[in-house]
Write a protein that binds this ligand. Structure first.
Ligand code: NAD
Length: 322
């Protein structure tokens, strides 16, 4: 039986990965500083521990791990990443998790390691047009991300690749583009746009109003969680190290995302534009490389993922009010 460690298993993507690996027959250990908020995980072992502490990392990365998935990071949506208030924590905490994990993976001869990077590594200067033609992997350089979160991700990508070159460990790196779906953060300040839209619409009366940060014409693409997990598993099974985009190329403006959610909820909703943290003006995933290397790319429509996500968040909002 293959043995896997999922770092950040108490979080959104890590929790889904635990379930996927168990369904595939792996023995799975999860580690996180917190338990999963929304789900009882089927992990064989779950360690509540801080990956900034090398002693914890030495404990969870034991001999004989076939695969490590490193999802742990100090992260959140635009309200968390772009306010500037968390910059030092984001860089310090996430870098320590990565430094400790890759170091210990080499020390214990782990089979391979996955690292979750982000579309936030791409330079701001090529994302000023809402009609973004798609970010190709090689556009990462010359580097100029617009957040410290993006800089830490870029540093860690390079560190994993350096460990691969100097110590021979098998490394796989993906740049996720806005992953969304059930069992992710939907309130509290760290939620990302799709979850925030679903919550606002679920809380609004029919005929009511929701707030949108900026003019709402900024664009993004969003990838449903099942396709993210599928992409990561395929990447781990491949001989391609990456970095590679794992994202949808179905770009949409934030206004139209809000309208889509209102339509799913069958509510008349007015959009009120207010000041708020925005991030880049236009971002989309370009999927030529993933198709070429994995013979696969995400294909599900945004609408189908948003329907499932709205249903889940609507139930959370109802339960919270009860
Ligand atoms: P998440 O916040 O739900 O999960 C991250 C988990 O890491 C959390 O449960 C958190 O408690 C844990 N963690 C943080 N610091 C830790 C520490 N010191 N020790 C142990 N655990 C710690 O986020 P997610 O959406 O599941 O994202 C997973 C990974 O994918 C992150 O690295 C994130 O940066 C990356 N990513 C996510 C997206 C997205 O849209 N969700 C986009 C790009 C990149």
């Amino acid at each position: 039986m293959k043995r896997a460690l999922v770092c950040g298993a108490g979080g959104f993507i890590g929790g889904h990965m635990v379930k996927r690996l168990k369904a595939e027959g792996f023995w799975v250990r999860g580690v996180d500083i917190k338990a999963h908020e929304f789900s009882r995980l089927p992990a064989d072992d779950f360690v509540l521990g801080d990956l900034r502490d090398p002693r914890i990392v030495a404990e969870v990365v034991d001999d004989g791990l076939d695969e490590i998935y490193q999802f742990a990071a100090d992260m959140g949506g635009a309200g968390y990443i772009f306010s500037g208030e968390h910059d030092a924590c984001v860089m310090h905490n996430s870098a320590l998790c990565n430094l400790n994990t890759v170091h210990e993976a080499v020390a214990k001869n782990a089979g391979k390691i996955f690292y979750s990077s982000s579309a936030c590594i791409y330079p701001e200067s090529i994302q000023t047009d809402p009609d973004n033609p798609g970010l190709k992997e090689e556009m990462a350089y010359p580097a100029a991300p617009d957040s410290e979160y993006g800089w830490e991700k870029l540093f860690s990508e390079r560190m994993y690749m350096a460990y691969h070159r100097n110590h021979g460990i098998e490394v796989h790196i993906a740049r996720f583009h806005n992953i969304f779906g059930p069992q992710g953060t939907w309130t509290g300040g760290r939620e990302k746009a799709p979850a925030a839209m679903c919550r606002k619409v679920a809380e609004a009366e029919n005929g009511g109003e929701i707030e949108i940060w900026g003019d709402g014409e900024q664009t993004r693409s969003f990838l449903y969680i099942d396709e993210c997990i599928e992409g990561v598993r395929r990447l781990m099974e491949s001989d391609f190290a990456g970095p590679v985009n794992i994202g949808s190329d179905e770009m949409i403006s934030i206004n139209n995302l809000a309208r889509m959610v209102a339509e799913i909820a069958d509510k008349e909703i007015r959009l009120k534009h207010i000041e708020g943290p925005l991030g880049v003006r236009g971002r989309n995933s370009e999927n030529t490389l993933i198709r070429e290397k994995l013979g696969w790319s995400p294909a599900q429509s945004l609408r189908s993922g948003m329907e499932k996500t709205y249903a889940w968040i609507h139930a959370q909002v109802k339960a919270a009010r009860a």
